[in-house]
Design a protein around this ligand. Structure first.
Ligand code: MRU
Length: 378
């Protein structure tokens, strides 16, 4: 088993990742993304000057992860408005770019709602575009604040559930600064544990097929000097059996009204393993990821991805063409594949949901609705 034991002293945090920024060069406004398809090989920027380019960046996962999709969607509306495109059409394209993460539609609706409210009050196109941009910036800032609160609530919960000793935490997919205005969701809790000197090991699931764990979470863990080890997704069972996992921490793309959690495919098997081995299974997500209009897990649309993501292996560097061309075949040409991007974990397998408004445990629809009511009161 390959270990990565480097630890940075507390207080020597790395520079913030340039995940997403708004820029206004003389040629016109642009949304600049850190192209996540190229990590960890290179930190390359991807400049989106129009909404179709941003939609492609979303679909190819150059920008990804529920909270960041919301932020990107909001800036996308601002981009369309600032460049004089049809804002209603842009909002529709953005909202439909990926179906599962509820944050995408939330961000798009927030910025376009602000835009149309300004228009209704008589604002001209420039003023209304500025209002949409302000709304995107507000969402960006709010997500950073929410991330900090989730980290604190999550760490307190871990310390309560796991008194004494260092924590060995298993995580799946990528939930750090790469998906957030702040330091992320589940990863931010693990980072908090590391800074508090309580992280013994972060177990990082590689997260087939697009390797968000191997490429992105390992990259963030290394940047932060955390003690981490990478494992193939199917090694998790024997890791639990060996008693090496104290808690599972994951994010979410959509949490239905009954507490069912949609997250990166492979989360549900971890929840089953955690239940069998009596290990807490903790979901960390902002209240913007809760969708009280979706009754339960069966009502969540799970994105299906192309077969080639399973039948080919594509090195990160060659994903820069935006479509992942240049993959090495791992199966006979034309092999069909089952490739859902997410799976659904039922509430009875979730020990707790941590949000910026607090923690619910056990997970019930009533508890979830109360948390959301709290967040809409502020
Ligand atoms: O397909 P992705 O990479 O966008 O999937 C991301 C995830 O599943 C994350 O776990 C989820 O968005 C939570 S991120 C805070």
């Amino acid at each position: 088993m390959a270990d990565q034991d480097a630890q940075s002293p507390v207080g020597s945090e790395p520079a913030a990742l340039p995940v997403l920024r708004w820029d206004e060069p003389p040629e016109g406004p642009v949304l600049v993304l850190l192209d996540q398809t190229r990590l960890p090989a290179e930190e390359a920027e991807l400049a989106c000057t129009d909404v179709p380019a941003l939609v492609e960046a979303i679909q190819t996962l150059a920008v990804r992860g529920a909270p960041l999709l919301g932020i990107a969607g909001a800036y996308g509306v601002a981009l369309a408005a600032a460049r004089g495109y049809d804002v209603a059409e842009a909002a529709g394209l953005l909202e439909q770019a990926r179906p599962t993460a509820v944050n995408l539609g939330y961000g798009v609706r927030r910025a376009s709602g602000a835009y149309w409210a300004a228009v209704d009050k008589g604002a001209g196109p420039e003023r209304a575009a500025a209002v949409a941009l302000d709304e995107a910036r507000a969402l960006h800032r709010e997500d950073a604040v929410a991330s900090g609160h989730m980290a604190r609530f999550g760490l307190a919960l871990l310390n309560e559930l796991l008194p004494g000793g260092g924590h060995r935490l298993l995580t799946h997919c990528n939930t750090g600064a790469l998906v957030s205005g702040g330091e992320g969701t589940a990863f931010a809790v693990a980072l908090g544990a590391h800074r508090a000197g309580r992280l013994r090991r972060l177990w990082v699931d590689e997260t087939r097929p697009l390797l968000q764990g191997a490429r992105l979470t390992a990259y963030e863990a290394a940047r932060n000097g955390m003690p981490y080890s990478l494992l193939t997704d199917n090694a998790a069972g024997s890791l639990f059996a060996a008693g090496e996992v104290d808690a599972v921490l994951i994010g979410a793309d959509r949490i239905a009204a009954d507490g069912s959690v949609a997250n990166k495919v492979g989360s549900y098997p971890l929840a089953v393993l955690a239940k069998y081995h009596h290990v807490p299974f903790i979901v960390v997500a902002p209240t913007t990821t809760v969708d009280l209009h979706t009754a339960d897990g069966a009502a969540i649309t799970v994105e299906q991805r192309p077969a080639r993501e399973v039948t080919e292996v594509t090195p990160p560097r060659s994903r820069g063409d935006g479509r992942g061309a240049g993959g090495v075949p791992m199966a006979p040409v034309g092999t069909p594949a089952y490739n859902p991007a997410f799976d659904i974990t039922p509430p009875e397998l979730v020990t707790a949901i941590v949000t910026e408004e607090g923690v619910i445990s056990p997970v019930t629809g009533v508890g979830l609705a109360e948390l959301c009511a709290r967040s809409s009161q502020v």
